[in-house]
Design a protein around this ligand. Structure first.
Ligand code: GCB
Length: 631
């Protein structure tokens, strides 16, 4: 079966390597003292948003801990009584300390809303980067014959979970989910959960110290308890075969399944069923041909209810089936060439700022993208909330999904590669059953050094092996020719060899030359592969008007778009565009008073929701199919 090889090693990766190697690595990296480190792994439960869960969203108490007081005593020794126990104030006293050493009370501490970054909830926390302890009580009644996982949609950047004072697990990476088993620690009645979240930027983190976006800290996505039967489905991959375009193939994995136990995959709407038996590793290969299957595509985002069950565990997903391939310099969706009318998006919440994590945020962003005429979005520069890819599935919008291997991370460090593989692996595992996602992007604007190329060659191989059904890309830097060729943009990054689709970023009209000179630009692309112009654009302050020669005016930005659109049509293998960017976003490196004020202003829409002139320039081009004309 096509792809079976990759899936075998993928299942192996997650069920063996992922649960061991990365956990050991992460544990060794965490700030948590050795004596309270748990041995437990974290995993990613697939389709968790369709499972019955107990939400732990809401108000959580917090203690700000810039000096890591919860981790060490005043002499710097590791304190094993950190901020992770239940310390109610003692009756009639003003102290909370059981042993007189550490005085704190979650119950008397203020609260933050979860999900939510801490920066935009309290003025005093706007620029806070460091450790913060979250706590809440929750009532629970464990059901016999079930297991419970603590689900964290995302915690930026490192997190450690404690339940009733016991250390459960740790996680590194601010944009991917993790699930930790808490079956043995939960008890009837009141339980006490603590999550220590630290968003200190790290040189050897992913991303590294410097980014052009805001380091929003905290529990930025949904938190819940997921109850599953003792034997349960933790992972599956169901997709349309690229070989015949009609077989649904993939695998289902069951935790603690007995070899030979039955799994059923069915699509009731098509009266299609497939019964298979799991092997000794809890895995069963899937392959069946449902009659009358309609493929998913923009304009026809057909989703089927797919039931995956084994014993008492039953999951219902909504899955679209389509193929995505490259043929020469064409991108083929369901076998037919497609041009990607796209836009970049950060996970920046419209109107209110902070992180995107509500249905309303998602609706606003996709409504704008569709109004613009998009059939494609680049979710820059890290995995976004799962609501985004779900909604893209429902609306028929194709997605470029990225990990924050951004600019100059520590490419020579093997531990950093392991972190990149972990984040990419978690992202793939969460979203591999979503038809909208067609591209895994492994990097953005990385310097072309031998260490970088070796690192990203491995990461590209990892992505191809983990998912044999999608395309791998990266946004590459271009460089200009010399002398008479100064206006020629050359794309010859050696990483291009490893990619299915070449992404390139360029800012003609903004960081170089004036907008009217854009028409001089020519291209020398040394790969016969599809090209997506993954960034171009310029800044404008919404409401600032003037001549098109005046920087920061809406007219100047619109002129860049008008001239770029004409110029990009010189690229014969252009298969898509994602200009930078849908909406202005908060960035600490954008300091120009009165114009930027802490925001990158390259949005087509302001952070307050005001559309700039360039929005309509691009809209016209997309609606008139003005791009991709040079075939
Ligand atoms: C880029 C980066 C993006 C920046 C953008 C800019 O090349 O990929 O993250 O925000 O340029 O505005 O300069």
């Amino acid at each position: 079966m096509h792809g079976d090889q990759g899936q075998t090693s993928w299942a192996y990766y997650f069920n063996k390597t992922f649960m061991n190697k990365f956990t050991v690595l992460l544990l060794s990296l965490m700030v948590v003292p050795a004596a309270v480190r748990a041995q437990q792994a974290s995993t990613v439960l697939v389709d968790v948003d369709h499972r019955q869960t107990t939400s732990l969203n809401g108000e959580w108490h917090y203690i700000l801990d810039p000096y890591l007081a919860g981790l060490s005593n005043f002499q710097g020794a590791i304190n094993q009584h950190g901020f992770f126990e239940d310390r109610e104030p003692e009756a009639g006293t003003n102290t909370t300390a059981k042993d007189g050493l550490l005085e704190y009370s979650f119950a008397r501490s203020p609260t933050l809303k979860v999900p939510g970054d801490w920066n935009t909830q309290r003025e005093a926390l706007l620029n806070y980067e460091g450790l913060l302890w979250y706590q809440r009580n929750f009532e629970f009644m464990p059901k016999p014959g079930s297991r419970v996982f603590f689900h964290v949609g995302a915690a930026n950047y490192k997190a450690s979970l404690f339940v009733d004072g016991k250390h459960i697990c740790d996680h590194e990476g601010g944009f991917t989910p993790f699930d930790c088993e808490v079956t043995s620690v939960l008890h009837d009645g009141k339980n006490f959960a603590v999550l220590a979240v630290d968003d200190t930027r790290l040189a050897d983190g992913i991303p590294t110290l410097k980014t052009d976006w805001y380091n929003y800290g905290g529990l930025t996505r949904d938190i819940s308890l997921v109850t599953v039967p003792t034997t349960f489905i933790d992972d599956y991959d169901l997709h349309l075969s690229r070989t015949d375009h009609k077989t649904i193939e993939g695998y289902v994995h069951v935790i603690d399944a007995q070899s030979g136990s039955k799994i059923q995959v069915s699509i009731p709407e098509l009266s299609a069923n497939s019964d298979v038996l799991v092997d000794a590793n809890g895995r069963a290969a899937i392959s069946f041909v449902p009659a009358g299957l309609e493929t998913w595509a923009p304009g026809h985002p057909k989703l089927y209810k797919v039931e995956v069950s084994t014993g008492p565990d039953k999951l219902i997903d909504e899955i679209g089936f389509r193929t995505i391939e490259v043929s020469g310099s064409k991108i083929l969706l369901n076998g037919k060439p497609v041009f990607l009318h796209g836009i970049n998006m950060h996970a920046e919440a419209p109107y209110r700022s902070g992180r995107v994590n509500t249905d309303a945020d998602v609706k606003t962003l996709f409504d704008w993208a569709q109004e613009l005429g998009c059939n494609f979005v680049r979710l820059a520069h890290y995995p976004h909330d799962e609501r985004m890819t779900r909604e893209a599935d429902r609306r028929g919008i194709l997605v470029w999904s990225e990990v924050p291997v951004y600019w100059g991370i520590h490419f020579a460090d093997a531990a950093v590669l392991a972190k990149a593989e972990q984040q990419l692996g978690e992202n793939i595992r969460r979203d591999r059953n979503k038809a909208s996602v067609i591209l895994w992007s492994i990097a953005n604007e990385t310097p072309s050094t031998p260490a970088r190329t070796e690192f990203l060659t491995k990461l590209a191989a990892f992505a191809h092996q983990a998912d044999t059904t999608r395309l791998v890309t990266a946004a590459l830097l271009v460089h200009n020719g010399e002398g008479a060729q100064a206006d020629t943009k050359i794309v010859d990054d050696p990483l291009g060899k490893e990619l299915d689709v070449i992404g390139t970023n360029e800012y003609a009209g903004w960081y170089e030359m004036s907008p009217e000179k854009i028409s001089n630009v020519t291209w020398d692309i040394r790969y016969d592969k599809p090209v997506i112009m993954s960034e171009f654009g310029g800044g404008a302050k919404a409401g600032l008007h003037g001549p098109e020669t005046q920087r920061w005016t809406e007219e100047f930005q619109a002129a860049i778009y008008r001239n770029q659109i004409a110029m990009l049509n010189k690229i014969p293998q252009l298969r898509g565009t994602t200009p930078w960017i849908l909406m202005d976003f908060r960035s600490p490196v954008r300091v120009l008073p009165g114009v930027q004020d802490g925001f990158n202003r390259k949005g087509l829409i302001s952070n307050e929701g005001k559309k700039k002139l360039a929005f309509f320039t691009l809209q016209k081009a997309y609606k008139e199919n003005a791009l991709g004309k040079a075939e």
